[in-house]
Design a protein around this ligand. Structure first.
Ligand code: G6P
Length: 372
C-alpha cells in the first residue's frame, strides 16, 4: 500500500533513502567509551579463540558484502578469510573443522542455500556466526552466535539498505575479533569506530547532493544495452554489486570486473560509446593503486569508452579522463565501499524507473529464495 511507502514512489526509493539509518542503527548500542561492545557476543569470546580461518558464506548481494568484509577481517583481526557462495560450498567436500569460524550473511535469514551450507559447516565441527536482518529467522537460530543488522524491514526484492548494514556489521565484528584476539590496538580500533560513526552523515550528503544528478544520468542512459563496472581492492566487490543491481532492476546486461583484469579480457569489450563505471580508489589509499586505476581509465577511454567515475570529492586527477564524475565524501580507504555503493544503487533504481519498470518486484526474482 502507498501508505507503507511513506510517500515514496517505491519501497526501494524509501529503502535507499534509509541507508544512513541502516548504518547508524547497526552501530547503535555497540560502541561504549570508544570501544566495540557487541552485547549479543557477551561471554562468547571462546568462539574466536583457536580460530585459524574464517569462511564467509552467503548468496546474492549478501555475498558481495562478504567480499568487502574479507578486507576488514584480514586487516583488523589478522585471520585469513575465504568468501564463498553458499551453494558452491556444500558440494565440494569442504575442509572445515573446529578451528574454522563460518560467518553467514543473510538479510532474510531464510535463504535455503545459505541455511544448508551453515548446517553442513556445523556438522563438520565449525563454529557458526550469523549476520542477519530478521529477528528469530532460521539461519540465526541454527548458528552459535548472531550479530543482527538493524536496517529495518526491507521490502523491495533487490537488497539495498541491508547491504550497507551487512558491511557495517562485518566491520564491527572484525574490530571486535581483532580486539579479543589482541591483533588490533585500541588506537586503530578507535579511529575505525570514528570512521563508522561518521558514515551516516556522508551517505546523507550523497543523497542530498548527488541523487538528482545521478537520476538525470540514468534517464539519459535509459537506452543503454550494456554497462560495465570496474573496481579494485574494496572497490571490486562494489563493482560487482553495481552490476548485479543494474541487471536485477533494469534487465540490462551488466558485468563487474576487477580493474586489474581489464587487460586479461574485458578490454576486448570496449568499443566507442560503451559506458563503464569506474570505482576510483582514494588517492590516500596509496598513490600506486589510485594511479593504476587512472591508467585503466585512460586505456578504456582511448578505445572510446564513456567513463563514469565514482570518485572522492576533490580528486582532481580523475577529471580530465572521465565523462561524468559521481562524488562521494572523503573516508578512510576501507570505509569507501559503504559510500561508493550508494550512487550505484541510485543509478540502477533511476534507470529502471526511466524504463517504466517495477523496481520493487523485478521479473523472475524473489525476495527470499527458500528453495535450493
Ligand atoms: C535474493 C534477493 C537478493 C538477496 C539474496 C540473498 O536473491 O533478491 O536481493 O541478496 O536473495 O538473500 P538473503 O536474504 O540471504 O540476504
Amino acid at each position: 500500500a502507498a501508505a507503507d511507502k511513506g510517500g515514496w514512489s517505491s519501497f526501494m526509493a524509501k529503502e535507499v533513502s534509509e541507508e544512513p539509518e541502516a548504518v547508524a542503527n547497526t552501530v547503535l548500542g555497540r560502541v561504549q567509551d570508544g570501544q566495540i561492545v557487541i552485547p549479543e557476543l557477551d561471554g562468547l569470546d571462546g568462539l574466536f579463540q583457536g580460530v585459524s580461518r574464517v569462511i564467509v558464506l552467503a548468496c546474492g548481494t549478501a555475498y558481495y558484502a562478504g567480499l568487502v568484509g574479507k578486507y576488514a577481517i584480514e586487516q583488523w583481526a589478522r585471520i585469513p578469510v575465504d568468501v564463498e557462495l553458499a551453494h558452491e560450498f556444500r558440494y565440494r567436500d569442504p575442509i572445515v573443522g573446529p578451528e574454522t569460524l563460518v560467518v553467514s550473511i543473510s538479510q532474510s535469514g531464510e535463504t535455503m542455500d545459505t541455511l544448508m551450507a551453515v548446517k553442513e559447516a556445523a556438522r563438520l565441527g565449525a563454529k557458526t556466526l550469523s549476520i542477519c536482518n530478521t529477528q528469530g529467522a532460521t539461519i540465526p537460530r541454527e548458528s552459535d552466535a548472531i550479530v543482527y543488522t538493524h536496517a529495518g524491514p526491507e521490502v523491495a526484492v533487490a537488497s539495498t539498505k541491508a547491504f550497507v548494514a551487512q558491511i557495517t556489521a562485518l566491520y564491527l565484528l572484525a574490530l571486535h575479533v581483532g580486539r579479543v584476539r589482541g591483533a588490533l590496538s585500541a588506537e586503530v580500533a578507535g579511529a575505525a569506530i570514528a570512521e563508522l560513526e561518521a558514515l551516516p552523515e556522508k551517505i546523507r550528503w550523497i543523497l542530498e547532493n548527488e541523487q538528482e544528478r545521478i537520476e538525470q544520468l540514468s534517464r539519459w542512459m535509459s537506452d543503454t544495452r550494456s554497462v560495465l563496472f570496474l573496481g579494485r581492492h574494496v572497490g571490486y566487490p562494489i563493482a560487482l554489486e553495481g552490476a548485479l543491481k543494474l541487471k536485477e532492476l533494469s534487465y540490462i546486461h551488466a558485468e563487474g570486473f576487477a580493474a586489474g583484469e581489464l587487460k586479461h579480457g574485458p578490454i576486448a569489450l570496449i568499443e566507442p560509446g560503451q559506458p563503464v563505471f569506474v570505482m576510483v580508489p582514494s588517492p590516500r589509499q596509496g598513490a600506486t593503486l589510485h594511479a593504476k586505476v587512472i591508467s585503466n581509465i585512460e586505456e578504456i577511454r582511448a578505445r572510446g569508452a564513456r567513463v563514469i567515475a565514482v570518485a572522492e570529492e576533490g580528486d582532481a586527477a580523475v577529471l580530465p579522463f572521465a565523462d561524468e564524475v559521481l562524488r562521494v565524501p572523503l573516508a578512510a580507504p576501507l570505509f569507501e565501499p559503504i559510500l561508493a555503493v550508494v550512487p550505484l544503487h541510485i543509478f540502477a533504481m533511476g534507470l529502471a524507473t526511466a524504463k517504466g519498470l517495477d523496481v520493487d518486484q523485478p521479473r523472475n526474482l524473489a525476495k527470499s529464495v527458500t528453495v535450493e
